[in-house]
Design a protein around this ligand. Structure first.
Ligand SMILES: [Zn+2]
Ligand SMILES: [Zn+2]
Length: 266
């Protein structure tokens, strides 16, 4: 059976400061998902727990009360409609989600490569491809040591260009050490975490750098990880990109139905 490209479990409502699009409400996103016949939808607005110190301005305004304005989610019997977040990870134990709030979310998207936020997620002195590759690998390793509910954690956009916005991000992807990547993915597979196919990272043209884009996912698959789709939409026009762009990715990776990650039932 083919890998089902019929869900979107990483998308942003107007509550995310980088959206603020009045067209992105829980109701409108749900309507889209129902029209497309999706079987699962999850809202994942940017989130920084107010329990944790030192957010930047962007995150200070995106605490628990802020993202919970989407609740209660509109009722539907057509699909699973869930509430999650995209938190932040700054290395070590610095995950922007306090353990006491894990159960507030059905799903926790963790980005490991938001390295454009110099000074928050990355020391400003780390700014060459080899150093950024080392940093991304270190983050992948460090996260495994946290006491997280991994079965409801998704690793966001591993092939995102934000890993090196000011340089050759493809070079970073080439430099990631295979042995260390495999060890991490073996852990995430066993722990039950999901690996994200983020449509915004697979806009037409990505096949010019096919190996750089797919390498991490091929290794993740070989180590037994499961995968999910996310539009990462901040605006309505990005919602269809899941079905426009991700079938090709799933095909090139040879994903099957059994390779799909699903958010656990509560
Ligand atoms: Zn992100
Ligand atoms: Zn996002």
């Amino acid at each position: 059976m083919k890998f089902p490209v019929n869900h979107d479990i990483h998308c942003h409502t107007r509550l995310s400061l980088c959206s603020q699009d009045p067209g992105m409400t829980p109701e409108s996103i749900l309507r889209f998902a129902q029209d497309k016949g999706y079987d699962c939808l999850c809202l994942t607005d940017h989130f920084w727990d107010e329990d944790l110190p030192d957010p930047n301005e962007f995150y200070a305004a995106q605490g628990l009360d802020h993202v919970r304005q989407s609740l209660p989610l509109p009722a539907t019997d057509k699909l699973r409609f869930l509430f999650g977040c995209e938190t932040e990870y700054c290395g070590g134990s610095r995950l922007a989600l306090s353990p006491r709030h894990y159960d507030r979310f059905d799903f926790i998207v963790v980005p490991l490569n938001h390295f454009h936020m110099s000074g928050l997620t990355r020391d400003p002195s780390i700014r060459t491809a080899p150093a950024l590759a080392e940093l991304l690998l270190t983050r992948l390793e460090e996260l495994t040591r946290l006491d997280l509910p991994f079965e409801k954690v998704g690793l966001a956009h591993l092939n995102c260009s934000l890993v090196f916005r000011d340089g050759d991000w493809h070079q970073v992807m080439r430099l990631l050490d295979e042995t260390r990547l495999r060890r991490c993915f073996a852990f995430y597979a066993k722990a039950g975490a999901g690996i994200e196919l983020n449509a915004s990272c697979f806009a037409p043209g990505w096949t010019d750098f096919e190996e750089e884009n797919l390498r991490v996912f091929r290794l993740a698959k070989e180590e037994g990880c499961r995968f999910y789709c996310g539009s990462d939409a901040h605006h309505p026009q990005a919602l269809p990109t899941v079905q426009e762009w991700l079938p090709l990715v799933a095909e090139k990776l040879g994903l099957r139905a059994q390779d799909r990650y699903q958010i656990p039932e509560r």
